[in-house]
Design a protein around this ligand. Structure first.
Ligand code: TYD
Length: 302
């Protein structure tokens, strides 16, 4: 256990019922902000059960512990469930996900998050447990594990390795800088209305190929390489099964009701992110050793 002023860090597994119950008994938390999840779509395709266990069962264990600790005395309590826009499935070339878009998940990952959202809502209806849910678009920023597109490509550019672009690269995501997501969570936690859902997005859609080209040009400058060097690493590879074509969030509810907007442009956020990875090579080298190598070979080399 690490103790720093008012923060206590306890490391455990959310599917470990005994551990979770014991910490709820010990600390009598007022509220929970639940962000623990298996989150990488490609891993959910190879190991779907792990996602069901962590994302569905883990959420239920937290809900049960929260419920048991307050015995239906809910004054000033809140269970805040952090989720993803992927629960809505895929968009065509037009339109945006709103809070009333039907759930239509396409990957085992998004199905497990959709299920956990439903459980949270059902505890609200059945047991009157006070909850709020947010569904956010793709995040990027410091400390992101290099299984995700942006840190994976940053690492590969540094190492002069191929940049694997799935399919034709025209798949589109709405990217949000992680600190803007953290600000949105803080705002929803303090000012959001119970039983509501808030969509969080970057107003920032990019086709994967355009994003990777922008990343390559920023990396060339930062690494002192001549223009166009990193672009040569781009390699089109076999598509992801069930690959959602496009995600894009209508974030007008959180903007109009709570006054939230992203604080950085994509170019600024990406630049800060690259700087963080260049300054934290020890972190990167540590996380890409061991298990990551096995994952990388299975996913990209076979
Ligand atoms: P990812 O970071 O895995 O997030 P998500 O699947 O949750 O949106 O992928 C972002 C996009 O980049 C997605 O369309 C899949 C694509 N992608 C690649 O083209 N190559 C890769 O190696 C990875 C990891 C993702």
């Amino acid at each position: 256990m690490l103790k720093r002023r008012r923060i206590i860090i306890l490391k455990g597994d959310i599917t470990d019922e005994v551990f979770i119950e014991s910490i709820f008994e010990k600390y009598q938390f007022d509220s929970v902000i639940h962000l623990a999840a298996e989150s990488h779509v490609d891993r959910s395709i190879t190991s779907p059960l792990v996602f069901a266990k962590t994302n569905i069962l883990g959420t239920m264990i937290l809900l049960n512990a929260f419920r048991a600790s307050w015995k239906d005395d809910w004054s000033d309590k809140l269970f805040y469930h952090v989720s993803t826009d992927e629960v809505y499935g895929t968009l065509g070339e037009e339109g945006l996900f709103t809070e009333s878009t039907s759930y239509n998940p396409n990957s085992p990952y998004s199905a497990s998050k959709a299920s956990s959202d439903h459980f949270v809502r059902s505890y609200g209806e059945t047991y009157r447990l006070p909850y709020v849910i947010s569904n956010c678009s793709n995040n990027y920023g410091a400390n992101q594990f290099p299984e995700k597109l942006i840190p994976l490509c940053i690492n590969n550019i540094i190492e002069n390795k191929k940049l694997p672009v799935y399919g034709d690269g025209k798949y589109t995501r709405d990217w949000l800088y992680v600190e803007d997501h953290a600000d949105a969570i803080d705002l929803i936690f303090h000012k959001g209305k119970p039983k509501e859902t808030y969509n969080i997005g970057g107003f920032n859609e990019w086709q994967n190929i355009d994003l990777i080209q922008l990343l390559c040009s920023q990396m060339d400058i930062k690494l002192g390489r001549s223009k166009g060097t990193s672009n040569q690493l781009i390699s089109f590879v076999k598509n992801r099964p069930g690959h959602d074509l496009r995600y894009a969030i209508d974030a007008s509810k959180i903007k109009n009701e709570l006054g939230w907007e992203p604080s950085v442009t994509f170019e600024q956020g990406l630049s800060k992110t690259i700087d963080w990875y260049l300054e934290n090579e020890i972190w990167m080298n540590h996380v890409v050793s061991g298990d990551y190598q096995t994952y990388y070979k299975k996913q990209y080399i076979k």
